[in-house]
Design a protein around this ligand. Structure first.
Ligand SMILES: Cc1cc2nc3c(=O)[nH]c(=O)nc-3n(C[C@H](O)[C@H](O)[C@H](O)COP(=O)(O)O)c2cc1C
Length: 183
């Protein structure tokens, strides 16, 4: 599959999952994710269904979706391979997660030392936007979602989720002691 071609991605079944998710609706997709026992890959094997459900139910608005692609653990490259070879797959997956959890804005926080992944993701985000797969009316289904790419500046600690959020918000990249931002 050509990682720089949305048409090629679609020819290989790309965006069929988002279409199916919209057909099922958020509640049923959430149940599928929970029943599948999908777990996070950040190290703690946290159940994805629990995380998504927590976001969807949170009364505070707006909801934000953050993809942790900092991947600074020495010797690891599982995220880099995915981002370089299947960037549209990641963007479609983020769009499905956003649809289910009610997020209109996504952040993709990528390790700064991944220039090829960054280039391909930037291209894929632009192509998805041009075709209406991201933006104010995703695939003509009435829900909005867009993604902003942020590059890490080489700090390992910014892979920790609360430090990562601080970094996105423009604060010092240090872990938080509470849910509130460090200002
Ligand atoms: C020092 C430190 C560095 C971390 N770096 C990463 C990282 O590079 N990528 C990542 O996905 N999670 C990293 N984590 C774990 C995150 O805090 C968080 O648990 C994870 O992003 C949750 O994603 P998941 O649900 O997919 O597991 C790190 C944690 C610590 C304490």
């Amino acid at each position: 599959m050509d990682p720089e071609s949305l048409d090629d991605y679609r020819a290989h079944g790309g965006y069929a999952a988002l279409r199916r998710a919209v057909d099922l609706g958020p509640t049923r997709v959430m149940a599928e994710v929970s029943d599948a026992s999908l777990t996070g890959r950040g190290g703690a094997a946290f159940p994805t269904g629990v995380k998504w459900d927590g976001v969807a139910r949170a009364p505070e608005r707006p909801h934000y979706l953050v993809c942790n692609a900092d991947e600074s653990e020495p010797g690891t490259f599982k995220d880099r391979v995915l981002m370089e070879s299947d960037p549209f797959g990641l963007i479609e997956a983020m769009t499905i997660a956003a649809y289910v959890t009610g997020c209109e804005q996504g952040y993709l926080y990528v390790r700064g030392e991944y220039p090829l992944a960054i280039r391909r993701l930037e291209h894929a985000i632009g192509a998805a936007r041009m075709r209406g797969h991201l933006g104010p009316d995703v695939m003509g289904e009435g829900s909005a979602f867009d993604i902003e790419l942020r590059r890490g500046a080489g700090a390992y600690i910014c892979g920790e989720e609360t430090a990562l959020l601080n970094s996105i918000e423009g604060f010092r990249g240090e872990p938080r002691n509470s849910r509130r931002s460090r200002r």
